[in-house]
Write a protein that binds this ligand. Structure first.
Ligand code: HEC
Ligand code: HEC
Length: 389
């Protein structure tokens, strides 16, 4: 007869039993930290936290991978076989709960077990979609050469939607643990620290027999998976992967000389060919300045720029800045994408001394001249002391 804990006897000192082994506990709290860091940096903090986001996400996926192996070759309570029940048993448990006669479980209870599967699965799919997004949009990681920008952007949308779904699952998981703690009078979060739970009167709930653990096998498989997948993802480079459809590496000498007198020489992939054509035709009145050159130089630069800009460059800035503002067809900072990505930066920040203005991309983007604009290379400079007074 299952005991109902709503009306259970007053708590007595009871024997305790080891339930969560050291691996499970270490896994659980490391996953809290790494997933927390990935969600916080991805959903709330900006692109300048990208490196921490990659580290948190990679760590979470590596931990989940090892937990899946431990679910097959770990200690008895850690095994999937010990806590994943069929839908019939799950429904029964929920009915018993509703009627206030559900029993207590030494390991995960049925909805708890399903929640573990949902959390592990969601984190894995978020990780996979992240690698696709990273390859397609930022030309980084193992899929840099294999995925185009459009696919990467789609994967990034999925990545973001699943991150919100994961946040919802985490809220449910915590609520479930609190609910079950109140219902059974046993502090479940604490049990995930000490590893032990009270042994009450439920020999029937114990797994049939202690399982033989295979820590070396699990460690080996995890290390293999990490080396294969995560290491190549984390190998964030200062330069895009060779072979990826990336901007041309070398600037035309004349362009680099003539067009870097007042600002950085903007990478040709940052505007579509028509925009460069119109800009070069109006150098006499260039943003209120006279930037005109002799006709031969103007023609040569215009030609190089339009040819370079017409190359199939599949980077994020090339794809996104191609949508220009019709009223300002060659102003990068007026494109909808630029306005969206920089909306959170105040005018005061842009006018600070080491920055001088929105046009000065290189002040904040260390890789501005390469046309890559990798988020890990963003650093908004502080105002130097002598200028801040
Ligand atoms: C004051 C510093 C600053 C200046 C100047 C600046 N940016 Fe940015 N830029 C940022 C920051 C910060 C972000 C990240 C915004 C966020 O959190 O999503 C960003 C994001 C971007 C992104 C998107 C990166 C990504 O993968 O999400 C691109 C592309 C970009 N900037 C291009 C430019 C260009 C081109 C210029 C010059 C015309 C420029 N930026 C000038 C600070 C700056
Ligand atoms: C005499 C100085 C001067 C020279 C030379 C010059 N520019 Fe400019 N350029 C400017 C100014 C000023 C701006 C406006 C900056 C701002 O937004 O405050 C500008 C803006 C731009 C922008 C738009 C940046 C944005 O804010 O989105 C582009 C693109 C550009 N210049 C391209 C060129 C090219 C190509 C050449 C070489 C043919 C060139 N410039 C030479 C002064 C110059």
């Amino acid at each position: 007869m299952p005991v109902t804990y709503a009306e259970s006897a007053p708590r007595r000192r009871s024997k305790s039993i080891p339930v969560w082994d050291a691996f499970v506990r270490l896994f659980h709290w490391s996953l809290v930290l790494s997933t927390g860091a990935a969600l916080l940096t991805g959903l709330w903090l900006g692109a300048s936290w990208f490196t921490l986001h990659l580290i948190g996400g990679t760590l979470a996926v590596a931990l989940v991978t090892s937990r899946i192996f431990w679910g097959f070759w770990g200690s008895s309570f850690a095994r999937f076989a010990a806590f994943v029940v069929g839908p019939r048993r799950l429904a029964e448990h929920l009915c018993e709960l509703a009627e206030g006669r559900a029993g207590r479980h030494i390991g995960h209870n049925p909805p708890g077990g399903w929640m573990i599967l949902a959390l592990l699965g969601t984190i894995l799919v978020i990780g996979l979609s992240g690698v696709v997004a990273l390859g397609g949009t930022l030309k980084t990681g193992p899929l840099a050469v294999a995925v185009d920008y459009a696919t990467g952007a789609l994967a990034q949308d999925l990545h973001g939607a699943l991150a919100w779904a994961l946040t919802g699952l985490i809220v449910l998981h915590v609520a479930g643990a609190v609910f079950e703690s109140l219902r059974t009078g046993e502090n479940l979060p604490r049990a995930m620290i000490t590893g032990t739970k009270e042994l009450r009167d439920e020999a029937a709930e114990l797994p049939p027999r202690p399982a033989r653990t295979r820590p070396a096998l699990v460690a080996g498989l995890t290390a293999g998976a990490v080396v294969l997948g995560a290491a190549s993802t984390l190998a964030v480079r200062q330069f895009p992967v060779p072979g990826a459809p990336i901007p041309p590496a070398r600037f035309d000498r004349l362009y680099a000389d003539e067009c870097s007198a007042c600002h950085i020489a903007y990478h040709p992939s940052l505007l579509p060919p028509e925009s460069w054509g119109r800009l070069m035709a109006t150098l006499g009145d260039h943003f209120g300045e006279d930037a005109s050159l002799d006709p031969a130089s103007t023609r040569a630069i215009a030609e190089w720029l339009t040819v370079a800009a017409a190359r199939p460059t599949d980077t994020k800035p090339a794809r996104e800045f191609a949508r220009v503002d019709p009223a300002a067809p060659f102003t990068i900072t007026k494109t909808p994408f630029w306005q969206e990505t920089h909306a959170a930066i105040s005018e005061a920040t842009f006018s600070r001394k080491p920055i001088y203005g929105k046009f000065n991309c290189g002040a904040c983007h260390q890789d501005a001249e390469s046309g890559w604009f990798y988020p890990g290379n963003i650093d908004i400079p502080d105002t130097p002391k002598e200028n801040s007074r």
